[in-house]
Design a protein around this ligand. Structure first.
Ligand code: ADP
Ligand code: ZN
Length: 211
């Protein structure tokens, strides 16, 4: 299964991609996670990406296309993969086509903007990749990751002003991908639900028609 997850920042792509990855036993590739890891390590990639991310803008296409090209060439992606956060613009989608990668489905997680803003203000993340919400998906112990026991933190780009900017970027540059993939006949839309488990159920039942 080769799958793309589309959706606004904070729509819950990361959470759902982890569930799908488990069920189908395929790796999830999240460009946001890769970029944040590079920032943390202080690499050249990280240094150039940070200013874009903190401003709520997209990192330049060439940069993320290079990352994905390298990932998809690796052995672990042979039996399929989930792309979370890529492509995020039409040129990125065209680059993926040019790599000769035929996607099976593009799943768009639909969540209204007001809901997104409410969700992002409560988001807490862990360095291990786990993600929580103070109300909707709290960890067992406040501020501590269930999976690894490390301290949770708030992402720099989850500040309200940056979230609004990221939503603007999403509508202008990423949302047109829905029409792009609808035209190819592989777009599936799923409404994000209040409960994570309900969204997962809707996602799995949508994917059942793809297998
Ligand atoms: P979210 O989906 O919640 O916005 P991500 O972790 O996917 O968070 O991405 C965080 C930031 O990383 C984005 O706002 C953007 O600046 C950058 N980024 C991630 N993926 C891409 C991409 N495919 N193209 C350009 N920039 C990206
Ligand atoms: Zn953790």
């Amino acid at each position: 299964m080769k799958l793309i997850l589309l959706g606004a920042p904070g729509a819950g792509k990361g959470t759902q991609s982890a569930r799908i990855s488990e069920k189908y036993n395929i790796p999830a590739i999240a460009t946001g996670d890769i970029l944040r890891a590079a920032i943390k390590e202080g690499t050249e990639l990280g240094k150039s990406a940070k200013s874009y991310i903190d401003a709520g803008k997209l990192v330049p296409d060439e940069v993320v296309i290079g990352i994905i090209r390298e990932k998809l060439a690796s052995d672990s992606c042979r039996n399929g993969f989930i792309l979370d956060g890529f492509p995020r613009s039409i040129p990125q989608a065209e680059a993926l086509d040019q790599m000769g990668v035929a996607m099976d489905a593009v799943l768009s997680l639909e969540v209204p903007d007001e809901k997104i803003i409410e969700r992002m203000s409560g988001r807490r993340v862990c360095h291990c990749g786990a993600s929580y919400h103070v109300v909707y998906l709290p960890p067992m112990q406040t501020g501590i990751c269930d999976k690894c026991g490390n301290k949770l933190y708030i992402r720099d780009d989850d500040a309200e002003e940056t979230v609004r900017k990221r939503l603007e970027t999403y509508h202008a540059q990423t949302e047109p991908l829905k029409a792009y993939y609808a035209k190819k006949g592989i777009l599936i839309t799923v409404e994000g639900q209040e409960e994570v488990a309900d969204t997962t159920r809707a996602v799995f039942s949508a994917l059942a028609s793809v297998e």
